[in-house]
Design a protein around this ligand. Structure first.
Ligand code: CA
Length: 228
């Protein structure tokens, strides 16, 4: 089955690069240069994945994320410049799946697309309860974590935080999403909880907590559990 991608990007060079590299990989690629053009295309037919630039000539990509998320669960990858942290967070919290910082490599783009497509259809991922990530094995049902073959003893909160990241393995999870899902709605501003518990998790999981390989920081945005 050919997967359809809609690329919404006003920069002609980036648009052409994405279009050619995804076509070579066998994707069917449609492009749009503005919010209004993308809206029209989305009303006509839904792609399997949406690649969305943040800054568009006639508005903000956030409008499209909200529009799509009202009815659909298709993966949305945000393409952004390095300095657009606040907007990235806004879009991720509005329901985008992940983001790529420009300039990105084609290999990076393809890897993120694969992760996003794998997470599509939560019924499939929800039934998977044992996750193997490199030297880490997390059993969500038994609440057990093996690291390099040894059983780790995590506190209930440490486990909840790790489990939340495992469910989104490979994708960024925003501070707000982690705080809401692990601690609750009233804790969305308590980012110091995250720093504290992430430090504890790293001390237990990482060979070198100062150079984490599993629990990665996405500065200003959130955390990502690496998948390879
Ligand atoms: Ca742009």
């Amino acid at each position: 089955m050919t997967l359809r991608v809609l690329v919404v990007e006003d920069d002609p060079a980036i648009r052409a690069l994405i279009q050619s590299s995804l076509s070579v990989e066998g994707f069917s690629v449609q492009t749009a240069v503005s919010v209004s053009e993308a809206s029209a295309l989305l009303r006509h037919a839904l792609p399997d994945i949406l690649l969305l630039d943040l800054g568009l000539p006639d508005g903000d990509g956030a409008v499209l994320v909200q529009e799509v998320r009202r009815h659909h669960s298709l993966p949305i990858l945000v393409l952004s410049a390095r300095h657009q942290e606040a907007q990235k967070v806004q879009l991720l919290d509005a329901g985008a799946d992940d983001y790529l910082v420009k300039p990105f490599s084609v290999a990076e783009l393809l890897a993120r697309i694969r992760v996003a497509l794998r997470h599509r259809g939560t019924s499939v991922t929800a039934s998977v309860t044992v996750h193997e990530l490199d030297d880490l094995r997390v059993d969500l049902t038994r609440h057990s974590v093996l690291c390099r073959g040894a059983e780790l003893h995590l506190t209930p909160t440490e486990f909840k935080l790790l489990a939340r990241l495992v469910r989104s393995a490979g994708r960024v999870v925003t501070h707000r999403a982690l705080l809401t899902d692990v601690w609750g709605n009233e804790f969305t501003e308590h980012t110091h909880y995250l720093r504290l518990y992430m430090g504890q998790l790293r001390a237990k999981i990482e060979l070198d907590p100062a150079e984490p390989r599993h629990l990665l920081t996405e500065t200003g945005i959130g955390y990502r559990l690496a998948i390879s």
